[in-house]
Design a binder for this molecule. Structure first.
Ligand code: 13P
Ligand code: SF4
Length: 377
């Protein structure tokens, strides 16, 4: 258990049994998060100043995800760190010379940083910040699933534990999953995919690859509602719809652009529109709005006739990250992310593969030689 900051708010989450469809394998039944209170103005300024000084003293850099509090995004950029999607967080953490990385995001992001840089100290504001996809894919069940299908390349989403990564052939994030699965299909390979069924379904529809799917989902994106989104589109006919592929298929079908968090930012910059409806965690609104003054961003609906509850469209675990948490871990060295050293070499294989593949793609180099035969890892 990590060291904690008081006061805290517990958020209960129970996965409805209805999600356990035919052949479903998902063990998420209960999860919780604690959300730190907003600091008062003076405290906020003092915390920021303290963090600036500690980063210098400790040779540390901040790596923040687009869904965390705007202060953690802005301070990361202001101090020479990074705010980005999960793929670029991994690359930046690996390549940056700082000896300490402060990762504001969720647990799998800190673990990926540790796997790529075992010699660095990786700190997180709260080590209990997890993800429903990670929780819903325990390694014992996942390994049995893989053992039952040895003829398939095992492709896992970054939102998984180090142990699940160590059982896989490829790691993907939503910004590179299409390219990687397409390359596997071109080599005639069949895919075992985990854990997000919505992202997997989107990749399957786009690539036509043969994919056997784990039944996990993101508790945030799963709440976007297609019927209500259609109504919203009717009342905003000029708006373009931007959707993260962790959303249900009926929501993805209404999108003008589907992409990772960085893909959504790119589409908002490039599409010919001044109004956008956005189906992703609302933490994303900070960057969308600051980088696109003059454009309007509307949150996609999570409530309505087909809703079981009204979701706030904000990840409870991303919300556990705070300025106070960053200052605390930098000052004390608490909340260090540790990964079983025996797992690291094997867990690194699929991550390195993803980073090499995406670097080659970006440089316009051939990627076919980067796709090994099944079982080569
Ligand atoms: P991105 O890789 O698109 O940043 O997504 C990470 C995530 O957890 C989305 O819910
Ligand atoms: Fe996981 Fe969803 Fe939170 Fe992303 S938004 S970290 S996928 S629970």
């Amino acid at each position: 258990m990590s060291s904690t900051l008081d006061p805290v708010i517990d958020v209960e989450y129970e996965q409805p049994d209805a999600l356990h469809g035919d052949g479903a394998v998902c063990a998420t039944h209960h999860a919780w998060a604690r959300v730190p209170p907003e600091p008062a103005a003076a405290e906020r300024l003092a915390l920021k100043e303290k963090i600036r000084q500690l980063l210098k003293q400790k040779n540390a850099v901040m790596v923040s995800h687009y869904y965390v509090h705007p202060d953690l995004q802005d301070l990361a950029e202001e101090t020479g760190g990074l705010v980005s999607d999960s793929l670029e967080m991994a690359r930046f953490g690996r390549d940056h010379p700082a000896t300490t990385l402060v990762v504001s995001g969720v647990r799998f992001m800190g673990e990926t940083a540790k796997i790529l840089s075992p010699h660095k100290q990786i700190l997180m504001p709260d080590l209990d910040a997890t993800c429903s996809l990670d929780l819903g894919c325990p390694v014992e069940d996942f390994s049995a699933f893989c053992d039952a299908h040895p003829d398939r390349s095992v492709v896992v989403y970054a939102n998984t534990s180090a142990a699940v990564k160590a059982r896989s052939d490829w790691l993907v994030t939503s910004s590179c999953a299409l390219d990687i699965v397409r390359a596997l299909k071109e080599k005639g390979q069949k895919v075992l995919w985990a854990p997000d069924k919505h992202l997997g379904g989107y990749i399957e529809r786009e690539t036509g690859a043969d994919m056997l799917m784990w039944n996990g989902s993101c508790i945030v994106h799963d709440e976007f509602k297609a019927f209500e989104l259609e109504q919203l589109i009717k009342s905003h006919p000029k708006a373009k719809v931007l959707v993260h592929p962790e959303s249900p298929a009926a929501v993805v079908a209404l999108a003008d652009a589907v992409g990772s968090t960085s893909g959504i930012l790119k589409a908002a910059r490039e599409l010919d529109a001044t109004e956008f409806i956005v189906a992703t965690d609302k933490g994303m609104m900070h960057k969308l709005r600051t980088l696109n003054p003059g454009k309007t961003f509307i949150e996609a609906p999570t409530a309505g006739n087909s809703a079981t509850c009204k979701s706030c469209a904000h990840c409870p675990w991303m919300a556990m990250n705070s300025l106070a948490g960053v200052a605390h871990v930098l000052e004390t060295g608490a909340n260090e992310v540790l990964v079983d050293p025996q797992l690291i070499p094997r867990a690194r294989v699929p991550i390195d593969r993803m980073l090499a593949f995406t670097a080659a793609l970006k440089a316009g180099q051939p990627t076919a030689g980067l796709v090994p035969h099944i079982g080569a890892a």
